[in-house]
Design a protein. Structure first.
Lengths: 71, 260
């Protein structure tokens, strides 16, 4: 299992393939990149960087989107 | 007849809206009903919340609501601190639609009343970062003035607590806030039915934001239609200028010319 890393994804630990980019990760999760905002270690990632940013062991990732809401 | 939706646009932060009704997208049992209700309300601006993607069954609001049809106003609902609200606002902006945010910092979980000090702090930070901030607040004039000073494009006092449907509990303070502020005043939260919306607009405010009044009605689409008319009616009545209220009867037919 040397080629997997452990990340925290939306508050839950998850093992993912080492070398995975953010784009790969969203693809794996079947998420549309245009509808999701990614925060990594409390820093928002620009969408243009999803292809180049590689997920690292111990990363804390938050994937958020818009849901119904009023006040 | 004058139609306020056509002749007198609502301008917030340089953006023109024909409708003075802003609606939320929460608490609908059915998303098709939600879209139909929003269309029936005539609202152009709709609020959305920012939440974690549910990785087991991901459905966001944009799967059902076309962002080219409506102006999306993301909120910071559920945030209890300045830092949290700023974080949510930044995430909302990164979604890439606009730099607008409906700022809410809640101070008490039971009443959902705002933490006004934290709201003012968050407003300053976000305005400094280039956000167009519409700030939810209580019906306190001094807080409203501070939020305007902080650079908010709109101040949004509550009519009564979020989701309560109690209507406007303090019309005097709502009028005072409207009288003293230059930015648009949008009453946010507490409107329960059409008469509440009408009375709120009769105070002279620029618009109303509502969610539960529609989502919680037996027939949200019909209530949305009623609210559209009520907002119109209240606006027209305000512009028309009401007669003075008197605690005595004054006949409206001639007192002379009666038969002998």
């Amino acid at each position: 299992m040397a080629d997997t890393i452990r990340v925290e994804l939306n508050g839950k630990e998850r093992d993912v393939r080492a070398g995975l980019t953010v784009s790969d990760l969203l693809d794996t999760l079947d998420l549309e990149p245009g509808l999701v905002v990614v925060e990594r270690n409390r820093e928002i990632l620009a969408r243009a960087r999803y292809d180049e940013v590689v997920v690292r062991d111990g990363d804390r990732l938050e994937l958020v989107h818009f849901v119904g809401g009023g006040a | 007849m004058m139609n306020p939706e056509r002749s007198e646009p609502l301008v917030i932060g340089g953006e023109e809206f024909r409708s003075r009704l802003i609606v939320g997208t929460g608490k609908y049992a059915d998303s098709a009903v939600m879209v139909e209700a929003i269309r029936a309300s005539g609202a152009e601006m709709v609020t959305v919340a920012v939440r974690r993607v549910d990785l087991d069954r991901s459905e966001g609001i944009l799967q059902v609501l076309d962002p080219s049809e409506f102006f999306l106003l993301a909120n910071t609902a559920g945030c209890f601190t300045t830092d949290e609200a700023v974080r949510y606002a930044r995430l909302a902006r990164a979604a890439g639609f606009n730099e607008w945010i409906k700022l809410e910092v809640i101070g008490d979980a039971e009443t959902l009343l705002p933490d006004t000090q934290a709201t003012i702090e968050a407003a300053r930070v976000l305005v400094g970062e280039g956000f167009k901030v519409m700030a939810y607040t209580n019906d306190d004039l001094v807080t409203a003035l501070r939020l305007e000073d902080a650079g908010c494009v709109s101040v949004m006092p509550l009519a009564s607590p979020i989701g309560s449907g109690l209507g406007v509990v303090n019309p005097y303070f709502i009028r005072e806030i409207k009288r003293r502020l230059s930015v648009p005043v949008i009453v946010d939260a507490g409107v329960g039915t059409a008469s509440d919306a009408c009375i709120t607009m009769e105070q002279g405010v620029d618009g109303i934001l509502m969610n539960t009044a529609l989502a919680g009605a037996d027939d949200p689409v019909a209530m949305a239609r009623a609210m559209r008319y009520a907002v119109h009616a209240g606006r027209l009545a305000f512009i028309a200028g009401r007669m003075p209220a008197r605690e005595i009867a004054v006949p409206s037919s001639p007192t002379g010319g009666m038969l002998g």
